[in-house]
Design a protein around this ligand. Structure first.
Ligand code: ADP
Ligand code: DP6
Ligand code: CO
Length: 346
C-alpha cells in the first residue's frame, strides 16, 4: 500500500485550543509513555489556540516542523516525529511512505507557561488522524479518547485539549486508558482572564521542572495525596456549578503545586515579584465581593478564574492596576476541529 498522489498533495488542517489546569499534572510515572503521577483537570479556552497542517512529502528524508514560518531545530522536531511514529505504527504504514511536513502557527505565546504545548500537540494529533485516515482508510477508526492518548505522547497537557470545557486526564492503568474524559461543557457562568506577565521562553521547561521536582522534592508525596482531594472538590464544584468552590480548590492546588518546587533540591520557582503583586490584587478584588481565583503554571503568568458575567469588570480592574501587563480574555473553548484548507493562517 502506498500513499497516492492526491494524498501527497493534500494538507490536513486542524485547530486545537489550549487548556489551563485547575488541578495540575506535575510528574510522570513513565517518562516514555507520558503516564502522569496523578490525575489532573483543566478548562479548555476559546481564544488561545494552535493551527497546524500536515502532509506526506516525498521530497523529505525526515519529518520537518515549521513554526510561524521558521524551520524548527532537532529538539522540537524529534518530539513531533515521536508522535508521527505512533500513528505510523497504529495505521500499519509501509516503510516507503513519505515523511511528513508539519506547519504550525500558535495563537498563544510559545513556551511561556501559557500552554502552547497543549494546543500544539492536540492540533498535531487531530491533523495526523485526518491525514492517516484518508491515506489508510482500511484501518479501524480512532475515537477521540484514543486520540487523546496519542496527543499525550507529545506533551502530557495536550491530552486534555482533545475535548472542550472542563476535562479530566485520568491516571489510567496504563497507556491505553490514561486518556482525556470530558467532564462538563462549562457553558455556564465561567471565564478566565490571563495576565501575561512575561511571554519570554521559560528557562526551565515543564518537562525538566516536573522531573526534578518528582525526584527531589520532600513535599512530593504530600502533594500527590492532597491533589486527589482537591480534584474531588473541583469535581463536586463543577457538578454544583459553584464557581467559588471550584476556585478555592483550584487556588489551594496551585499553592501546593508551587510549594513542591520550593522544597525541591536545589529549590526553584517560576513565580516572580510581579506574579505575587497580581495574586495580592486578586485577593483584594475577592475581598470586594468578586468571585475571582488565581492559578499559575510553569511560568510567572497568572490565570484568573471568574464569572463570565463579571469578566469585563475584572479585566478593566486589572488593566487599570497593571497597565503594563498584557491581558487575554477567554471563555470556555471547544475541542479541536478540522479546518478546510483555505482557512489556513487566516
Ligand atoms: P508551554 O508553557 O508553552 O506549554 P512547554 O515547555 O511545555 O511550554 O512546551 C513548549 C514546547 O512545545 C516547544 O518548545 C515545542 O517543542 C513544543 N510546541 C509548542 N508549540 C508547538 C506546535 N504548535 N507544534 C509542535 N510543537 C509545539
Ligand atoms: C504546570 O504538558 O507542558 O502546565 O508533558 O513534559 O510536555 P510535558 O509537560 P507539559 O506540563 C504542563 C504542566 C503544567 C500543569 C498542567 O498543565 O497540568
Ligand atoms: Co506545556
Amino acid at each position: 500500500m502506498t500513499v497516492d498522489k492526491q494524498e501527497v498533495n493534500t494538507w490536513s488542517v486542524a485547530r486545537a485550543h489550549t487548556n489551563i489546569a485547575l488541578i495540575k499534572y506535575w510528574g510522570k510515572r513513565d517518562e516514555k509513555l507520558f503516564l502522569p503521577t496523578s490525575p489532573s483537570l483543566s478548562l479548555t479556552l476559546d481564544s488561545l489556540y494552535t493551527d497546524t497542517r500536515v502532509r506526506f512529502d516525498p521530497k523529505l528524508s525526515s519529518d520537518e516542523l515549521w513554526l510561524a514560518g521558521e524551520k524548527q531545530d532537532d529538539k522540537s522536531t524529534v518530539k513531533i516525529t515521536r508522535v508521527i511514529d505512533l500513528f505510523r505504527a497504529r495505521y500499519s504504514v509501509p516503510e516507503q511512505t513519505p515523511r511528513m511536513r508539519v506547519e504550525s502557527v500558535n495563537h498563544v505565546p510559545t513556551a511561556a507557561g501559557l500552554a502552547s504545548s497543549s494546543s500544539g500537540f492536540a492540533a498535531l494529533a487531530w491533523a495526523l488522524r485526518d491525514a492517516f485516515e484518508s491515506a489508510f482508510p482500511q484501518t479501524v477508526a480512532m475515537d477521540d479518547r484514543e486520540l487523546s492518548t496519542f496527543a499525550r505522547r507529545g506533551s502530557g497537557s495536550a491530552t486534555r485539549s482533545i475535548f472542550g470545557g472542563f476535562v479530566e486526564w485520568s491516571y489510567g492503568t496504563g497507556s491505553n486508558d490514561s486518556c482525556a474524559i470530558p467532564v462538563d461543557d462549562a457553558r455556564w457562568d465561567v471565564a478566565m482572564v490571563l495576565a501575561a506577565i512575561s511571554t519570554q521562553h521559560k528557562k526551565i521547561s515543564s518537562t525538566y521542572g516536573m522531573k526534578h521536582t518528582a525526584e527531589t522534592s520532600s513535599f512530593y508525596s504530600l502533594w500527590r495525596e492532597a491533589s486527589e482531594q482537591d480534584l474531588a472538590t473541583v469535581r463536586e464544584g463543577i457538578r454544583e456549578r459553584d464557581i467559588d468552590k471550584i476556585g478555592a480548590a483550584m487556588e489551594a492546588n496551585c499553592m501546593k503545586f508551587h510549594a513542591t518546587m520550593f522544597a525541591a533540591n536545589p529549590p526553584f520557582t517560576y513565580l516572580t515579584s510581579r506574579s505575587w503583586r497580581v495574586i495580592e490584587f486578586v485577593h483584594e478584588m475577592r475581598d470586594s465581593g468578586l468571585s475571582v481565583y488565581f492559578t499559575m503554571d510553569a511560568g510567572p503568568n497568572v490565570k484568573i478564574l471568574c464569572r463570565a458575567s463579571e469578566q469585563q469588570f475584572v479585566h478593566d480592574k486589572l488593566a487599570e492596576r497593571f497597565p503594563e501587563i498584557t491581558l487575554f480574555d477567554a471563555l470556555p473553548g471547544s475541542g479541536p476541529e478540522t479546518l478546510s484548507k483555505d482557512k489556513w493562517a487566516q
